[in-house]
Structure formats: C-alpha cells, structure tokens
Write a protein that binds this ligand. Structure first.
Ligand SMILES: Cc1cc2nc3c(=O)[nH]c(=O)nc-3n(C[C@H](O)[C@H](O)[C@H](O)COP(=O)(O)O)c2cc1C
Length: 254
C-alpha cells in the first residue's frame, strides 16, 4: 500500500472514531438531562425543607415537600399573585437576571449591593389544618467577600421569629466565611427576632458574641462575609423586598 493511502485510511478511521464518540457523548448528555433536572429539583426542595427544619432523617423529600405551598408574591404590593402557570416553573433567582421579570433596585435602597431583584418572589408556606400560615420560607441572596450567597430563611407566622436558615450556594473560604454553613452557627439563628417593636429590621451578625435577641455570634476572621449576611437580611426583610408581604400577613390580609 502506498504511503498516501495509509495516511488517508488513518485520517478516515480517526474521523469516524470522532464522529461515533461525539454521537455517544451527545446521546448520553441528552438522556441524562431529565435525571439531572430531577435531582436539581429535589436538591432545591431539600434545601427549602432543611432551612425550616421540615425534613426528618430518612424522610422522603417529595413527601415532606407536599406539605409546602409555594406562592408568588408581588414585592411592590406585598400581595399574592394567582398565576398557576407562571408559578409552576418560576425560579426567583433566575428571574432576577431576566429583564422581563426583574426590576432595578434604586441605589439608595440597594443596601445589599444586588442591583436587580425579581419583581415576583416565590415564597414557600406551610399551613395548619385550618389553613392558617405556620411558616414562611423566603429566598435571600447577598454578597459575601468572594461570592453571592444564596439561601433560605424560615420565619414564623408572627412575621418576626426565625425558624431556621441555610445557604445552599456560596463561594466563601472554607473555615472563614464558609463557616456560614456551620450547623452550630445556623442553630443560633432559631428563635432570633428580625424586627424591633417599630417593625424595623434589627437582625444582625454581631461583631463578636451576640448580645441581644436580634443577633447571632460573629464568625472570626470573616467580618466581610458576616457584614454581607447582615446587609442581605436588612434588604430582604425591609420595605423594598418582603416587608410589605409580611405587613399584609401581620394585618391578617393574607
Ligand atoms: C485567603 C483568605 C481568605 C479569606 N476569606 C475570607 C472570607 O471568606 N470571608 C471573610 O469575611 N474574610 C475572609 N478573609 C479575611 C478578610 O480579608 C478580612 O481580613 C476579614 O474579613 C476580617 O475579619 P476579622 O475582622 O473577623 O478578622 C480571607 C483572607 C484570606 C487571606
């Protein structure tokens, strides 16, 4: 066989191999996508449940989540928006970057440095057998030192007492800002109050040890992360985010 023929054959085999491999990879990616989406959805639900202490050891996530009612809330009015088709696939974090669904936060109100937020919040409610709200679980996001930290905060129907908290995504340094994930620190949040008697947000991460019912201990070597946590709490529970909804719950309108 001539040298030219050999090169042509080698190139042909290599090309065919590439095509076969890329087809196999594409088939694998496409066929795994539904499983990946299902797992991501389960993980999201797990984070919501865990932030509120609603998931018992070994409990089925879907079963536990069936007791949670998601609702859409217009943050301008604080009222629930009835729109089942939008609610179904709505992701508040994604909506915050979608120009059709977000709104610019005025610089004077942007205490958490977020620039944009979704117009509609997705709030997760649990209710008692009489249909009265027991727990409200809110999406929060805020800037740490290195990253935007995404989490959920569970609040009692008194609209003030924290029932649980947890970040599900952040890029802070393990052992420093990453201590926001420390279970014993998160435990401290339970029972703490967000608002003072005038319904102004008082909750804060203390500089060192907590000294009031509105504080949790500071994390050493992580003041910047902690300040980000405080600012995001002030923003999300203030009048420009969940404040109006909480006011409506308090007044019995919701
Ligand atoms: C490699 C490295 C990683 C750090 N990661 C964090 C962090 O995740 N969060 C944070 O607030 N500070 C972090 N810091 C420390 C900050 O630069 C700053 O010193 C600290 O927030 C001050 O906190 P302190 O007043 O409690 O010491 C890091 C510092 C270094 C050198």
């Amino acid at each position: 066989m001539s040298k030219g023929n050999e090169v042509t054959k080698t190139l042909l085999v290599a090309t065919l191999l590439c095509i076969v491999c890329s087809v196999l990879v594409s088939i694998t990616v496409v066929s795994l996508r539904p499983t990946q989406n299902k797992n991501a959805d389960l993980d999201f639900k797990k984070n919501i449940l865990m932030s509120a202490g609603l998931l018992e050891e070994g409990q089925d996530i879907e079963e536990a989540f069936s007791k949670v009612t998601p609702v859409l809330v217009d943050m301008e009015t604080g009222k629930i928006v009835e729109n089942e088709s939008l609610l179904k696939g709505y992701n508040q974090t994604k909506a915050s970057t979608n120009p059709a669904l977000n709104t610019k936060i005025k610089p004077e109100n942007d205490i958490a440095g977020l620039s944009m937020r979704a117009k509609l919040a997705k709030v997760y409610l649990t209710k008692n057998s009489a249909g009265k709200i027991e727990t409200m679980i809110f999406n929060v996001r805020g800037k740490g030192l290195w990253s935007t930290m995404y989490g959920f905060i569970a609040v009692d129907s008194d609209t003030n007492t924290i029932k649980g908290f947890g970040y599900y995504s952040h890029g802070e340094t393990p052992g420093l800002g990453g201590e926001v994930d420390n279970p014993s620190w998160k435990e401290q949040w339970i029972g703490k109050k967000i608002f003072d008697a005038d319904w102004d947000v008082q909750f804060a991460v203390a500089k060192a040890e907590a000294s009031s019912e509105y504080q949790v201990d500071g994390l050493s070597g992580a003041t910047i992360t902690c300040n980000g946590v405080t600012s995001s709490m002030k923003y999300w529970f203030g009048p420009n985010a969940y404040g109006k909804f909480l006011e409506n719950v308090r007044s019995g309108e919701i």
